[in-house]
Design a protein around this ligand. Structure first.
Ligand SMILES: *Cc1c(COP(=O)(O)O)cnc(C)c1O
Length: 426
């Protein structure tokens, strides 16, 4: 199958390829195990000598078909699904980092990723330096250490809506001999394909736009196949030296461009088991089939809502990288000219108190700990996700106490705007 077809077609046709007489729709392989005719043929699977399925904790055909679709959408060479976006971030990092290693990460990332890096991975002996992604290259270079093994950032940061200068980050990572890992959840491959700008590995929380209907928690890791692990073999012994748990195979030698994902499957899924359920993978596949239709509508609606908010006297500020004049508009035009995402943040002149009153009056937009969904939803970080923090701590964390995170859905834009109007005026 050609990988040059347009991404719209891949959304529909990518992944599952039925054989003659096979089911047209992706089957749900609701099976923990797979049957073999001889002891030897199953033994070869355990030695990674043959490709195939033996236990769903490691791999399942339904999941692999959906991972193959996302892989093609991103323009990668190999991909795997995980049980959540958090698991995808975790695996993408620990696949190449061990105790004593170091990560350089953008400071403006999803709160869960920030906790994972600075709290949980720190307990495992992996240190992270958080950097302001807008700093010039020579300032950012100071964050690197001899034990740095990767750089991590988000295409469009949740919830800060900072657009990453991907080429700058790719250059920095590669100058220091390490890969750039990008969480592409908010932009999705419909709006931005980070591999085209030099990123090496992409992760997703498929829970967001990819599913799009608030049904399934899931994640995905895609490898571009572009990073040359052997050229920096001393930094990545897990990929370039023998794995004793598989009779001494060397991933880069045996699997070439598939080394990163094969290692993550064979070691991390085997030992940690954060597999996505095949049922959820099936639902995710359904979501992916309309991603190319939904994303432009999310962006079109978000732009209209952002313009409306900007026109109002009672709105203190609006952030949306798709809005001319936004701090990140130029970067967004470069990396995602067809649209950014559907998430906006704004503050009311009445501050924190006004935010609560506004949200209580919304009828169409639902208050939910969710973003990037077909339904418009809204959250006040100071009252919800960041509730424990004082106003001073909020400002330090980059969350304005007045900030309302508004995730614009794919309803009619006029109806969304009318909902906002009545909540502010009536
Ligand atoms: C939600 C989110 C995650 C975590 O994903 P889960 O599927 O909730 O585990 C990671 N990164 C970004 C940008 C997110 O929005």
């Amino acid at each position: 199958m050609s990988t040059k077809r347009s991404i719209e077609t891949t959304c529909i046709q990518g992944g599952w390829q039925p054989e003659n007489g096979g089911p047209r729709q992706l089957p749900i392989y609701q099976s923990t195990t797979f049957k073999y005719a001889t002891s030897d043929s199953m033994g070869k699977l355990f030695d990674l000598e043959a490709e195939g399925y033996f236990y769903t904790r490691l791999q399942n055909p339904t999941n692999d078909a959906v991972a193959a679709k996302i892989c093609e959408m991103e323009g990668g060479v190999a991909a795997m699904l995980t049980s959540s976006g958090q698991a995808a971030t975790f695996f993408s990092i620990i696949n190449i980092c061990s105790a004593g290693d170091h990560v350089v990460s953008s400071a403006t990332i999803y709160g869960g990723s920030s906790n994972l890096l600075t709290v949980t991975l720190k307990r495992f002996g992996i240190e992270t330096t958080l950097v302001d992604p807008d700093l010039p290259e020579e300032e950012l270079a100071k964050a690197f250490q001899p034990n740095t093994k990767c750089v991590f950032a988000e295409t469009i940061a949740n919830p800060a809506l900072v657009v990453l200068d991907i080429e700058k980050f790719a250059r920095l990572a590669h100058t220091h001999g390490v890969p750039l890992i990008i969480d592409n959840t908010f932009a999705t491959p419909i709006n931005c394909r980070p591999f085209e700008w030099g990123a090496d590995i992409v992760t997703h929380s498929t829970t967001k736009y990819m599913d799009g209907h608030g049904m399934t928690v899931g994640g995905c890791i895609v490898d571009s196949g572009n990073f040359d692990w052997e050229a920096h073999a001393d930094k990545f012994p897990g990929l370039t030296t023998p794995d004793d748990s598989y009779h001494g195979i060397i991933y880069t030698q045996r699997f070439g461009k598939g080394a990163f994902i094969t290692k993550a499957t064979a070691q991390l899924m085997r030992d940690l088991g954060a597999i996505q359920s095949p049922q959820n993978a099936f639902l995710l596949n359904n979501g992916l089939e309309s991603l190319h239709l939904r994303m432009p509508r999310h962006c079109e609606n978000a732009r209209k809502v952002a313009e409306y908010l900007q026109s109002r006297e009672d709105v203190a500020w609006v952030k949306y990288p798709g809005l001319p004049g936004d701090q990140y508009y130029e970067l967004a035009q470069k990396y995602m000219p067809n649209g950014t995402c559907g998430v906006i943040s704004f503050g009311l002149k009445g501050g924190r108190a006004a935010a609560g009153a506004f949200m209580d009056k919304l009828k169409l937009a639902s208050i939910a700990t969710h973003v990037a969904d077909a339904r418009t939803c809204v959250l006040h970080p100071a009252s919800h996700t960041h509730r424990q923090l004082s106003d001073e701590q909020l400002v330090e964390a980059g969350v304005d106490p007045s900030m309302i995170r508004f995730s614009v859905g794919i309803e009619n834009a006029d109806d969304i705007i009318e909902d906002i109007r009545q909540a502010l005026e009536d």
